[in-house]
Design a protein around this ligand. Structure first.
Ligand SMILES: CSC[C@H]1O[C@H](OP(=O)(O)O)[C@H](O)[C@@H]1O
Ligand code: ADE
Length: 297
């Protein structure tokens, strides 16, 4: 018989979102990870009785570029904090005419064009392969769409997020190429974040807030940080409202994830138990302890 789980909601705040207000019992706590330094301490608290953990992706003060965010340490730290569901909040450029600045896109697919980041917890002594066919948890996406509807936020359900390395914005040729691929939005951070959340068996969904038309649109200025920040400031209230509306929708005890996000490692590991590396198994205590606990040397 499947067991109900008490959800712990993790929010990864992107550009412009470095804190969460309205939390009771608010405390910043440093969480150590064997994968290095998370972007910042974690902010623990309760929102209307629901446990919540917040992490500013770029650190308070926006110290880390998308390439220098330690995505592995961030996801590992959230897993150690007991997080079951991650909501990633991001600023993105629009690659479609009908997605103007201010619109929220609840993406459901990604194309990963990043190349200078650690992208897996596995390898070197513990090899694992998880499915990324459906990178976003359907249940989280349903609840997000419901909350956005309740808040009357202009949003699109579904869409493809192109993850680029950055930190420079795209050339016009790149922007047009991604449009020709049918991508909806572009950003620099949701990959490998979504891949690592999947490996750590945490449900993941992304709220992508459109801030600009990147550089392809003949009638709009090319993206600048100033423009992104301005649109984010105008939308901060909407983002806060969405999170507030979403939390109670996720708060009821839920059964194991229907999509299986929380058990992907049941079928992912290929290294023979006798060939597994003891030191690596130790580093994976939070991420994969559930399936590796009998492998310890
Ligand atoms: C400040 S503009 C570029 C910056 O904003 C986005 O970050 P995040 O996803 O954390 O909101 C984009 O990916 C870049 O990192
Ligand atoms: N146009 C853009 N390209 C990449 N990341 C972004 N974040 C916000 N706007 C962006």
């Amino acid at each position: 018989m499947a067991q109900a789980v008490q959800p712990v909601i993790g929010i990864i705040g992107g550009s412009g979102l470095y804190d969460i207000d309205g939390l009771s019992g608010k405390r910043w706590e440093k969480v150590e990870s064997p994968f290095g330094e998370p972007s910042d301490a974690l902010l623990f608290g309760d929102l209307d009785g629901q446990p919540l953990v917040f992490l500013p992706r770029h650190g308070r003060g926006h110290r880390l570029s998308p390439t220098h965010v330690n995505y592995r340490a961030n996801i590992d730290a959230l897993k150690r904090a007991g997080v079951t569901d991650i909501l990633s909040v991001s600023a993105v450029g629009s690659l479609k005419e009908n997605l103007p600045p201010g619109k929220f896109v609840l993406v459901d697919q990604f194309i990963d064009r990043t190349f200078a980041r650690e992208k897996t917890f596995f390898g070197a002594g513990v090899v694992g392969h998880v499915s990324m066919a459906h990178p976003v948890c359907g249940r989280l996406l349903d609840r997000l769409a419901e909350a956005a509807g309740q808040q009357k936020i202009d949003h699109q359900r579904g869409g493809t997020y192109l993850a680029m390395e950055g930190p420079q914005f795209s050339t016009k040729a790149e922007s047009k190429l991604y449009r020709s691929w049918g991508c909806d939005v572009i950003g620099m951070t949701n990959m490998p974040e979504a891949k690592l959340a999947r490996e750590a068996e945490i449900c993941y969904a992304s709220i992508s807030m459109v801030t600009d038309y990147d550089c392809w649109h003949p009638d709009h200025d090319h993206v600048t940080v100033e423009q992104v920040v301005q649109v984010l400031m105008n939308n901060a209230e909407k983002a806060r409202g969405l999170i507030k509306a979403l939390v109670p929708l996720l708060a009821e005890r839920h059964m194991p994830c229907e999509q299986g996000c929380d058990r992907v490692l049941d079928t992912a590991l290929i290294t023979h138990p006798e060939a597994r590396d003891a030191a690596h198994i130790e580093r994976l205590d939070a991420v994969a302890g559930r399936v590796l606990k009998d492998s310890k040397a």
